[in-house]
Ligand binder design. Structure first.
Ligand SMILES: Nc1ncnc2c1ncn2[C@@H]1O[C@H](COP(=O)(O)OP(=O)(O)OP(=O)(O)O)[C@@H](O)[C@H]1O
Ligand SMILES: [Mg+2]
Length: 145
């Protein structure tokens, strides 16, 4: 089967729309087992209050990492039924910029993400992360709404 994408990135924050984005990516991957899935979650280090002296063992950071791992374990479980190559990544940094850097570095050819995430201001159509990624991504972005 001919596909227009072979390496998909799914930015995942456990919001309802990011769950739907993951389902959409899985549906696309089922079309052809050569399609690769990369699910990434970014821990926002810009809003975190860490003690940088004890950065490695900082309890806030450790709790965030543990939560992200648990979240991605559920995702891994979900992906394990597919014959496709599927990977999960935890990145620490600015969500918007880290996602775009990842897309570029991994040479992705499609991003599938939610229009909104866990943030509050629902009157906007796009959140700050999806807005930035749509603007800066070198490849097409499939927005689930
Ligand atoms: N930290 C993150 N890691 C990975 N993906 C994320 C992260 N934050 C958001 N996303 C992705 O971006 C999509 C849109 O979320 P976004 O954060 O832009 O909206 P929001 O939370 O409603 O608004 P804001 O964060 O600006 O308050 C999500 O559905 C998800 O796919
Ligand atoms: Mg958000």
């Amino acid at each position: 089967m001919l596909t227009i994408c072979s390496r998909i990135v799914v930015p995942y924050d456990q919001s309802e729309l990011s769950k739907q984005a993951l389902e959409t990516a899985i549906t696309l991957a089922k079309q052809d087992e050569r399609v690769e899935l990369n699910v990434i979650t970014v821990i926002n280090t810009q809003t975190a209050v860490y003690n940088y002296v004890t950065f490695d063992s900082d309890p806030v950071r450790q709790a965030q990492l543990a939560e992200a791992k648990e979240m991605l374990n559920e995702v891994k479980e979900k992906l394990s039924g597919l014959p496709n190559k599927a990977r999960t990544f935890i990145i620490e940094g600015s969500p918007a910029m880290s996602i775009v850097d990842f897309i570029v570095e991994e040479n992705a050819d499609l991003v599938v993400m939610g229009s909104r995430g866990l943030g509050g201001l629902k009157e906007l159509f796009l959140g700050s992360v999806s807005h930035y990624v749509v603007q800066k991504s070198p490849c097409p972005v499939f927005i689930v709404k």
